[in-house]
Design a binder for this molecule. Structure first.
Ligand code: GRF
Length: 207
């Protein structure tokens, strides 16, 4: 039997997407285990949540907020030591350097709370409301050298209601994030995601 895929999750905050992936692994909805959860902020509430699930956690503090190859070397070393196959960014508020992409390129996923390429970056729900879009949603994508630009794996659409605030829209989107992130991890670990330029082909399930 093929060994379980080993997932490393990087967080900076609440960690609800991390927990959705952890639950999916616990319930065997994905053929993998979460090997480690790493935060750049020691106070990230997600670290405690991961520990409650019995998962190893690391808080690796960078010297500064700006991106750093030295810092990424530490992260990559920690991931490689734990034989991580797939890295999931889940509310991880740092930009990756070439060092990280060289080690794990094509094996890093991110989740973003909009229908990319609309509204990359921060304060996404406020921007969507101000723009007046009728629909928004969530995107899981592979990570490349730019921010929120990599090949798209899965997206989910939600309606924008006329009385939405950034918080109510975020909550509606978050429910979809918790569904499509574990699903994307499953497809990756089943070897069913093939990157072809900007497009990701989803191969049929074997059998
Ligand atoms: C999510 O909305 C995610 O899309 C964005 O940051 C938020 C993280 O939330 N990248 P959580 O830490 O997973 O609860």
């Amino acid at each position: 039997m093929k060994p379980d895929g080993r997932v490393g999750i990087l967080i900076s905050g609440r960690g609800s997407n991390m927990e959705a992936i952890v639950r999916a692994a616990e319930e065997r909805r994905i053929p993998g285990v979460v090997a480690v959860v790493i935060s750049n902020l020691p106070e990230a509430p997600g670290l405690k949540k991961a520990q409650e699930h019995g998962i190893e956690t690391l808080a690796l503090e960078p010297r500064s907020a700006s991106k750093s190859e030295n810092y990424d070397r530490r992260i990559v070393a920690a991931l490689e030591e734990r034989r991580v196959d797939l890295v999931c960014l889940a509310g991880y508020m740092r930009i990756l350097t070439a060092v990280f992409l060289k080690a794990y390129g094509g094996r890093i996923l991110n989740i973003h709370p909009s229908l990319l390429p609309a509204f990359p970056g921060l304060e996404v729900q406020r921007k969507a409301l101000e723009y007046g879009v009728r629909y928004s949603g969530a995107t899981v994508h592979f990570v490349d050298a730019e921010v929120d630009t990599g090949p798209i794996v899965l997206q989910a659409v939600v309606p924008v209601e006329s009385d939405d605030t950034p918080a109510t829209l975020a909550a509606r989107i978050l429910a979809e994030e918790h569904r499509i992130y574990p699903e994307s991890v499953r497809l990756f670990l089943e070897g069913r995601l093939q990157i072809e330029g900007r497009r990701v082909r989803i191969l049929p399930a074997p059998g």
